[in-house]
Design a protein around this ligand. Sequence first.
Ligand code: ADP
Length: 255
Amino acid sequence: MEKPHEMSQIRKVIGIVSGKGGVGKSMVTSLLAIAMSKRGFHTAILDADITGPSIPKAFGVTEKIRQTESGIFPSTTEGGIQIMSVNLILPRETDAVVWRGPILANTVKQFWKDVIWGPIDYMFVDMPPGTGDIPLTVFQSLPLDGIIIVTSPQELVSMIVSKAVNMAELMQIPILGIIENMSYFKCPDNGKEYKIFGESHLEEISKLHKISILGRLPIDPKLSLACDKGAIEKVEDGQLSSAAGFLETLTGHCR
Ligand code: ADP
């Protein structure tokens, strides 16, 4: 385990993982952080998705991080969420990160130990998809209190979720629960719900792996539009309130 910066104060660290890209892991990370922040908790997002960072864009944060003699200070969103992302270091947000695995992994470690975080009640770590170098580094270096798995209905029919579960078990990290994104689309014209990606298999998966269901998020064009505009904090939320309620019940020790 890597020690955080001596001036950091972080209480709970929660990894947000998915088996594959594009299921809405960053969306769920953002909405959970917003929900906890609205509940009055000091919240942070460590964007560990180094090659595909989307957190600063979703929150409309362009202010670069600040480096002083004592360490690096993260950027802060309008709503007060602290964020650290490779895009806040790169000269241009379109610059590609073409780095080898060990450098990527080291960057994530630095986001943890060289950044002065805090005081933070809930830190969400937006992990890259899959079970590669960076998730392994996060599992081994950051004192995760648990992970939340994000999936879509389509993905559940495959073995991808099982891989994420197996990795967490291998690394002895508690799985706090699973959130299904893009579960359905509610038609604004007739109020009917349509299962765009097919029937959910969430109940089966939850029984199979004994993981709690923390929430279901519909496909909502408001959400993608808000992300594109950098205004995710302005979206009237509430869909993930059961997950936020659950997180509130967690107790942790000040690090
Ligand atoms: P991941 O982090 O898993 O790669 P993202 O969170 O970046 O996925 O989501 C992929 C795309 O889908 C983004 O453009 C995002 O805005 C959009 N998106 C994610 N969840 C939803 C949702 N529930 N409704 C509408 N669009 C969504």
